[in-house]
Design a protein around this ligand. Structure first.
Ligand code: BDR
Ligand code: CA
Length: 344
């Protein structure tokens, strides 16, 4: 079986942690490296959390972690993190992410509930790793899976555009059409660094956006996560713990999730879509651009839905829906297979 070569670009983060577990344990992937970026928490913490997940999956001899950009390309809206508050001219005039750091902390903690990692990140920066790895690859060989703000990927593309033809496709968790979470118009990953997604959308690569519209259909309940906990391996227990943590956080801000006693696991859905494309439903080839005008809609993913004789060129696939049953089954199957493989 030929494995799909991927690089995970993450802001770990509870759902990033689950995405990483699945990318490491699903045997259909050859995970070439993990690049961390500023997002859910500051980059030194997203890097450290990624190292924790690598150790939790016992992959420290195979999978390396690279620390990436600590600030977005142009935006200064990040509402938390010492790097943001220390920035000269930091302003946040717009309505932003629902709730406060205190509320959000229940969905993403600074430190994942895992031991301090023994391993360290690589000395090279994430952007250098991306450029070197892609330049050494054949055309169309490597798939990128950004599930945080797209800063690392956009800067790598700008620094050396020769990497662009090397990319097979880019599966992005980000954006929203009818569902948003960081401003009335924008989803978090894109809201943090709107210019970065716009650069990536203009690259000409094959791009799929897995937006909140899809991820909110693929929530997991605490009850379902208990089936995962019962598998009993370290990664399975981590996932169950994180679902519980996320469900507690979502219960404070989302009446629907409170009633369901669950939470969306956004980033893991993007990983699933690479091995089981049918998990995404109502995937439409669209023209999509990001609002970078720094107004009320800064960071909005805008789809051109005008009826026209000469439509604007389509530049990405946008998933409006997803299949929860396929998603939950995938997680259970991969985790059980990993257990069997390790003879546990
Ligand atoms: C996205 O934002 C982050 O908080 C999550 O990790 C996910 O990538 C969802 O809007
Ligand atoms: Ca993320």
């Amino acid at each position: 079986m030929e494995k799909r070569k991927i690089i995970m670009d993450v802001d770990t983060g509870s759902d990033d942690a689950m995405a990483l577990v699945m990318a490491m344990l699903d045997e259909r992937f050859d995970l070439l490296g993990i690049t961390a970026v500023n997002g859910n928490v500051e980059v030194k913490l997203t890097t450290m959390n990624s190292l924790r997940v690598v150790e939790c999956c016992d992959k420290q001899d195979e999978v390396k972690v690279y620390k990436g950009c600590d600030l977005p390309i142009a935006s200064t809206l990040m509402p938390w993190g010492p790097q943001a508050t220390q920035m000269p001219g930091f302003t946040n005039p717009l309505p932003h992410r629902e709730g406060t750091r205190e509320q959000s902390i229940q969905v993403h903690t600074d430190h994942l509930p895992l031991p301090v990692p023994k391993i360290k990140e690589e000395p090279e920066s994430a952007v250098v790793f991306l450029i070197k790895t892609l330049l050494a690859a054949e055309d169309g060989e490597i798939t990128l899976v950004p599930v945080g703000p797209l800063t690392n990927i956009a800067i790598a593309m700008r620094a050396d555009p020769r990497i662009i033809p090397k990319i097979k496709e880019i599966m992005i968790m980000g954006g929203g059409h009818d569902v948003n979470n960081s401003s009335p118009a924008a989803e978090f990953n894109i809201w943090v660094d709107p210019e970065a997604l716009e650069i990536v959308l203009q690259s000409g690569c094959k791009i799929t956006l897995v937006p909140l519209d899809a991820t909110h259909k693929c929530f997991m309940t605490v009850e379902e996560s208990e089936r995962i906990r019962a598998i009993g391996t370290k990664p399975a227990i981590l996932i169950a713990d994180l679902v519980k943590q996320r469900a507690t956080g979502y219960a404070q801000m989302d009446a629907e999730m409170k009633a369901l006693n669950g939470a969306p696991l956004h980033d893991a859905l993007a990983v699933c879509a690479l091995v089981i494309p049918e998990v995404l439903k109502n995937v439409v080839h669209v023209n999509c651009h990001v609002d970078i005008s720094k107004g009320i809609a800064y960071g909005q993913t805008i789809i051109d839905q005008r009826i026209r004789v000469n439509p604007t060129p389509k530049n990405c696939y946008f998933a409006f829906d997803a299949d929860k049953d396929i998603f939950v089954k995938w997680m259970i199957d991969v985790l059980e297979k990993d257990k069997a493989k390790r003879g546990l």
